[in-house]
Design a protein around this ligand. Structure first.
Ligand SMILES: O=P(O)(O)OC[C@H]1O[C@H](OP(=O)(O)OP(=O)(O)O)[C@H](O)[C@@H]1O
Ligand SMILES: O=c1[nH]c(=O)c2nc[nH]c2[nH]1
Ligand SMILES: [Mg+2]
Length: 160
């Protein structure tokens, strides 16, 4: 796919999630969080805990099959957030901004926050923590597991 990988551990995700909560705290109070499933679920839990928010609603937009992007399909609309006024939409990242655009159209008055952002999606986000380049694929801890890696000296022989 011609991209590099950026591996995010549970520790780092927790730290970055809390950094996002620090940015969002002064922008509240929040009526509740709308988590974009599934990637936004764990970030939403971290942020809800830090912001002392107990209301979490979900919206489901299906855009990707693994690393291949298709047409966005709304599979579960939010039911409790009205126009989105006072609500916080949370996702793990914006890439092309396609998912965020669909959810923003549903909740035009909500504040949209992600932990990570790529340049193409950045204009769709109100608050984020870390930017990565467009050709970076972020590997989240729920999509990965620790495994053996060969010594550098041996790996070098393979692909220069
Ligand atoms: O800005 P975009 O180009 O739309 O990409 C970002 C979206 O893609 C991923 O979700 P995905 O569709 O893979 O579903 P998942 O959250 O269930 O893994 C990620 O969690 C974001 O929601
Ligand atoms: O796990 C993921 N990492 C990414 O970088 C990405 N971009 C869109 N969807 C994504 N999912
Ligand atoms: Mg997602």
């Amino acid at each position: 796919m011609g991209h590099r990988y950026y591996t995010v551990t549970w520790d780092q995700l927790h730290r970055d999630g809390r950094a996002l909560a620090w940015k969002l705290l002064p922008l509240g109070p929040w009526a509740g969080i709308v988590a974009i499933t599934r990637g936004g679920l764990i970030p939403s839990a971290i942020i809800a805990r830090e912001l002392d928010c107990r209301v979490i609603e979900t919206v489901s937009v299906i855009t990707y099959d693994e690393e291949t992007r298709g047409e966005p399909r709304l599979s579960k609309p939010p039911t409790a957030a009205g126009s989105g006024a006072g609500w916080l939409i949370v996702d793990d990242l914006v890439d092309t901004g396609t998912t965020a655009r669909v959810v923003r159209a549903l909740l035009p008055e909500a504040h949209l926050a992600t932990i990570y952002a790529k340049p193409a999606g950045k204009p769709m986000v109100d608050t984020y923590v870390t930017e990565v380049s467009q050709d970076t694929w972020i590997l989240f801890p729920w999509d990965t597991e620790p495994q053996f890696t060969p010594p550098i000296a041996k790996a070098r022989n393979g692909d220069g």
